[in-house]
Design a protein around this ligand. Structure first.
Ligand code: FAD
Length: 390
């Protein structure tokens, strides 16, 4: 049970003890089966009070925040436990609803978002408006007490399972493009919404195209003010970049630790002076060093979040460093495993091929989601280094 005077070390010990006594779910390869298991896992975490720490609806009260969230994410990964399914709600759109929502929106939407009863998706990207997000064309026209929405989104993760969508729409075409965007919270069961799944190179199909055909959205579902959605979208994207760096750093570290344990056994039987041995040790040394750099950066991020600073252009540095490290670690390990990683159920160097092949493929997404690496570098150049725009 949480107490007002609990230190961060006591919080960590409590999380570790709780996880040690929990039934950690085994994650299925099949996406639909994975969804069901991880949604149930989210509910278990929520009921035990581990989700929504530091939010306005936190039953644990004030005094807990980003540091506690980081510690729990670390303990979750170290226990070999998966993340809950609703990460888009928990890490991307939820923090913006908590910050910009009305009391009615917060109390209606956040508890169900945290428990996984409601799954959220993020309707930002469109064909022709990914990197250049401000050019989005999905329209919302006011009609009585409703907005009427028409248009198309793409790459919308989990839209086919989602109950709600955080949707960016154009509400004014006569002003500078960033100034004519609004942020709507859309019930995905509304008439006029169609989703179509897209297959990725991992074989999963969590991406969707989403079509809006004269969808009526009550004006009470507007987040913030009309035409002021761009600032909220920046907050959402900043939350996405910072939290992905913090969480993925721990996940990569745990994955590398597991690989090192296996490879240590394997190396014991390999002659000291062999080329193979040198290749494996050099690779592991490089990956470990890269992860330490990311660790240093994410500690600064946590301090920034604890101080309530952000979103800031430094979130783009986090995202770039995460991408570099994640692709280095999983790319290097994939190289070590060689072509056998593509053979189901093989165990090159004692490591399960399926898992490492999937991690390698998924790591390629890091330089795209939440804004591509080119876009992050432009943000750093313009906003942190003061270089001229364009
Ligand atoms: C795993 C994953 C999950 C995602 N989930 C979601 C989601 O849930 N919701 C959502 O809305 N979107 C989602 N996306 C989409 C993602 O935000 C976009 O793919 C991303 O913003 C890039 O947009 P785009 O695909 O249209 O590429 P484009 O914008 O067409 O870019 C193509 C290439 O050109 C480069 N480029 C474009 N403009 C410039 C420029 N000005 N300067 C330099 N280089 C440039 C880009 O860096 C990229 O390499 C997801 C993507 C991935 C990979």
């Amino acid at each position: 049970m949480h107490s007002e005077t609990e230190s961060i070390e006591q919080f960590r010990a409590r999380a570790r003890a709780w996880l040690a006594g929990s039934d950690i779910p085994v994650v299925d390869e099949d996406l639909d089966a994975r969804f069901t298991v991880l949604r149930r896992w989210q509910k278990t975490l929520y009921d035990a009070g581990w989700l929504g720490i530091g939010w306005s609806t936190d039953p644990g009260g004030p005094g807990r925040g980003p540091l506690h969230r980081l510690v729990f994410a670390e303990e979750l990964a170290r226990a070999g436990a998966p993340s809950p399914i609703g990460l888009i709600g928990l890490e991307v759109v939820g923090p913006s609803i908590d910050r910009y929502g009305t009391d009615a929106q917060r109390s209606e939407l956040l508890p169900r978002l945290l428990s996984g009863d409601d799954i959220w998706c993020q309707g930002f990207s469109e064909p022709g408006a990914g990197s250049d997000l401000a050019s989005l064309r999905t329209r919302a026209v006011v009609d009585g007490d409703d907005f009427v929405v028409s248009g198309q989104k793409i790459w919308t993760s989990w839209a086919h399972e989602a109950h709600w969508c955080a949707l960016l729409v154009r509400t004014d075409t006569t002003v500078r493009k960033q100034s004519g965007i609004s942020y709507l919270l859309v019930d995905m069961s509304s008439p006029g919404i169609t989703t179509r799944r897209i297959e990725q190179m991992t074989g999963d199909r969590e991406f969707c195209e989403v079509f809006f055909d004269d969808v009526r959205v009550p004006s009470s579902r507007l987040l913030g003010a009309v035409n002021e959605g761009w600032a909220i979208a920046s907050h959402t994207l900043g939350s996405e970049r910072a939290s992905a760096a913090v969480r993925r750093r721990v996940e990569c570290e745990v994955a590398l630790g597991e690989a090192i344990t296996e490879l240590r056994t394997h190396l014991a039987a390999v002659p000291e002076s062999s080329e193979r041995r040198q290749r494996i040790t050099a690779t592991l040394g490089r990956c470990y060093a890269a992860l330490r750099t990311l660790d240093g950066q994410t500690r600064r991020t946590t301090t920034r979040l604890v101080d309530g600073v952000g979103p800031t252009p430094v979130d783009s540095v986090d995202k770039l460093l995460l991408t570099h490290v994640e692709q280095l670690v999983f790319g290097d390990l994939a190289q070590l495993l060689g072509p056998l990683r593509a053979v189901p159920d093989a165990q090159p160097l004692g490591l399960p091929s399926g898992r490492w092949a999937r991690e390698h493929l998924y790591s390629r997404a890091a330089s795209i989601y939440g804004g591509s690496s080119q876009i992050q570098r432009t943000i750093v150049a313009e906003k942190l280094l003061g270089l001229p725009r364009g």
